[in-house]
Design a protein around this ligand. Structure first.
Ligand SMILES: NC(=O)c1ccc[n+]([C@@H]2O[C@H](COP(=O)([O-])OP(=O)(O)OC[C@H]3O[C@@H](n4cnc5c(N)ncnc54)[C@H](OP(=O)(O)O)[C@@H]3O)[C@@H](O)[C@H]2O)c1
Length: 336
């Protein structure tokens, strides 16, 4: 491992002491992770907070085999050590990376292909807010959902970390974007980010709103994190040959559904989870992002929506904020 001599042997991390509420997140002293073949060690400056971290803390989303037991799916910082066969990065490079776990810590190891350069002009906290939502949205909306220019994209949870990224990417690539959210303030935020129509689902039926906004045609691609009774309603809101991509089930994974419209409209209902996918798959998503999306970030045509920043040791406050559900965009931990 190159440059290891200058590094401490131990680091501070926020660990999940037992499954439970936000206060089970506790500081622990851990050995520094050792970068393996093709891996880099990052001195973490900031780590993004994501809903899956909350699920992991509750004991509902265990880390995949081989991943750190520490929470944290994305980190931005400086490369401080290289494993064997690292080709792209040098000590001192500033990167932002997707990781299957371990970012709530002062040091984190990732495969070099799952790291990207920090877009020009971005702070570490902004950069740490990019990977998880951009990888997830790119794969599910563009690769899996095959969103095309001028198509209609319906995004549920428009004000979430995922939703705020999906709105910006959908708009940047020429889609007509409809977002749903649970308050007038969240709907305003969606419109400011580039949604053409925002639907407050507490006051309006999103199926009716989508039909009205599309002249009866429906949405070509639907990004759904809700599930439950949205399954049947998504089939109603979808256009012929529409693609519905499931990324979570916040409203429940079990439901009674009417599949008639799936058949009649020739819908595709698919889904995926990013975290357990192999490094090589994430590398392919990273390469497309760098080619197609990093130039938009560098021009600040799109940027992560920053909600609040908390110190690493107050990760429990970050989780409290996320679970209160009032945030818009990304919550980030400052590890500096
Ligand atoms: N499949 C994957 O690869 C993948 C990757 C990352 C994240 N995810 C999932 O994507 C979702 C968003 O993640 P995030 O980090 O962006 O989370 P987040 O910022 O906390 O957003 C969650 C959103 O869900 C909405 N919501 C909460 N409970 C709901 C319910 N019962 N019914 C309807 N809407 C509800 C809230 O919006 P309103 O107030 O507007 O309801 C909130 O904006 C999470 O479920 C997460 O697990 C999946």
């Amino acid at each position: 491992m190159a440059n290891a001599a200058k590094l401490p042997a131990r680091m501070t991390a926020m660990a999940i002491s037992e499954p439970g509420g936000p206060l089970v997140l506790k500081p622990e002293t851990r050995d520094l992770p050792q970068p393996g073949q093709g891996e880099i060690l990052i001195r973490v400056k900031a780590a993004g907070v994501n809903r899956p971290d909350v699920q992991q803390r509750k004991g509902l989303y265990p880390p995949p085999p081989g991943a750190s037991d520490l929470p944290g799916l994305e980190a931005a910082g400086e490369v401080v050590a290289l494993g064997e066969n690292v080709h792209r990065w040098q000590i001192g490079d500033q990167v932002t990376a997707l990781t299957p776990g371990g970012a709530y810590a002062e040091y984190c190891r990732v495969h070099e292909t799952n790291a990207l350069p920090i877009p020009h002009g971005f702070t570490f906290t902004e950069a740490a807010a990019i990977p998880e939502t951009f990888f997830t949205v790119w794969h599910n909306v563009f690769q899996r959902g095959r969103l095309q220019k001028s198509e209609t994209l319906l995004i549920h949870g428009g004000a979430s970390g995922i939703g705020t990224t999906a709105i910006q990417l959908g708009a940047a690539f020429g889609a007509y974007v409809i977002a749903t959210a649970g308050s007038a303030e969240k709907c305003d935020a969606c419109l400011k980010l580039g949604a053409d129509r925002a639907v407050n689902y507490r006051e309006e039926d999103f199926v009716k709103a989508v039909k009205e906004a599309t002249g009866g045609k429906g949405a070509d691609v639907i990004l759904d994190m809700v599930g439950g009774d949205y399954i049947t309603r998504n089939y109603e809101a979808a256009a012929e040959d529409g693609r519905i991509v499931q990324i979570a089930f916040m409203g429940g994974a079990r439901t009674e559904a009417d599949f008639t419209r799936l058949m009649v409209k020739r819908l595709t209902h698919t889904g995926s989870t990013m975290r357990p996918r192999p490094v090589s798959f994430k590398a392919q998503v990273a390469a497309e992002l760098e080619d197609r999306v990093w130039p938009l970030l560098a021009e600040r045509r799109i940027a992560p929506v920053m909600d609040m920043i908390f110190p690493l040791r107050e990760a429990w406050r970050a989780h409290e904020r996320m679970e209160a559900g009032e945030h818009v965009g990304k919550i980030v931990l400052d590890v500096a």
